[in-house]
Design a protein around this ligand. Structure first.
Ligand code: ADP
Ligand code: MG
Length: 333
């Protein structure tokens, strides 16, 4: 007789929604107390966790598949910044009573698609009820060759400060969602608005660049709380300062248009967060090789400044005038 589950609501939910997407052998079909991975030889494990909460990190009405993807991708972005390759993920989800199967189905479908796309199998997790909003915490495991994780602390004075992709889109997308009538956004066409919106909804983890970062970067950090604040963290960890120019900060066309209409939005771009791009430092002698590797990986990169002795982050705005910011990044507390 095949006795499988005792049929509690939680068991049914796991069986119906999560078991079908947890196909990796290490997940043991979600039929055991824990998953089991063979420890990779000659590698270090890289571990990270990130939680997203409805009403804080996403809008309660956002499509459930996008929410699931965002929850996974913010973790994959951390792995990429450390030069790591994903091994798997654990999902803890707190659901308000009465969360429908439709929502969960969509959530699981989005998660399953991304787990496959980024080769980061779902290995297990926990499912609980909450009297609060939906809360999702993902723990991701990755690996790097022994001793090769890229730290925040390795930058050297003179290293180029570089960043992937474009900065500020997500922060502007969030602002536009909250205040669509703001003049800077009214001038954008539908396509431009959709671009900003999507960049908030769905980060693009730069896993394709992980090996190039491992190869060429002296330090790296995932840009999640705001470019300037995250650069300040990297600089402090490295015992250095940094100087960047606003002209060097890569902007998408829609972001550039918004700043043209309202120059003050540059501050939002520099400090807004939710970029999930990677900020890294590269010695001048390695820069060309890094740029070639990034081009081969299909990831745009730009140089925006340099590491220097001292502390803090100097920002040079239009005409080389220093820019002072009231706050460097987003903080929950
Ligand atoms: P336990 O009571 O031992 O914590 P559970 O009944 O919570 O076990 O979980 C049973 C199995 O289902 C475990 O393998 C666990 O990792 C998995 N699991 C539970 N919730 C989730 C989830 N949200 N996503 C993925 N796997 C889950
Ligand atoms: Mg449990």
């Amino acid at each position: 007789m095949a006795v499988r589950r005792t049929g509690s609501g939680e068991d049914r939910l796991i069986e119906r929604h999560f078991r079908p997407i947890a196909k990796d052998p290490a997940a043991l079909g979600l039929m055991d107390d824990a998953a089991m991975l063979a420890a990779p030889a000659d590698a270090d494990l890289v571990l990270t966790a990130d939680a997203i909460i409805a009403g804080i990190h996403f809008f309660p009405g956002d499509p459930a598949d996008m929410v699931a993807k965002k929850a996974l991708r913010v973790n994959l972005s951390d792995l990429a910044a450390k030069g790591a390759t994903p091994l798997g993920a654990l999902l803890t989800i707190a659901l308000p009573k009465g969360t429908g199967d439709r929502w969960l189905e969509k959530f699981a479908h989005g998660l399953g698609t991304d787990c496959a796309q980024f080769r980061c199998p779902l290995l297990g997790g926990d499912t609980v009820a909450t009297k609060g909003p939906v809360a999702i915490s993902i723990t991701a495991l990755g690996e790097v060759p022994q001793g090769r994780m890229v730290h925040r602390s390795g930058a050297k004075a003179g290293d180029a400060v570089m960043v992937t992709g474009t900065i500020g889109d997500a922060a502007l997308g969030l602002l536009a969602r909250r205040n669509p009538r703001r003049a800077a956004f009214r001038h954008l066409d539908r396509k431009a608005r959709a671009h900003l919106d999507r960049r908030y909804l769905l980060p693009q983890p730069r896993l394709a660049l992980a090996s190039a970062i491992r190869e060429h970067a002296t330090a790296a950090i995932d840009v999640s709380d705001g470019l300037v604040g995250d650069l300040a963290k990297l600089a402090a960890a490295s015992g250095l300062g940094a100087r960047i120019t606003t002209a060097g900060v890569p902007l998408s066309l829609p972001a550039a248009r918004a700043v043209e209409a309202e120059p003050g939005l540059m501050r939002t771009i520099l400090t807004g967060g939710d970029d999930y791009e990677i900020l890294l430092t590269v010695p001048e002698a390695r820069r060309a090789a890094f740029e070639a590797a990034a081009a081969a990986a299909g990831v745009p990169v730009a140089a925006l400044g340099r590491m220097q002795a001292g502390g803090g982050v100097e920002i040079l705005g239009e005409g080389g005038k220093p820019l002072k910011l009231a706050r460097l990044s987003f903080s929950h507390f």
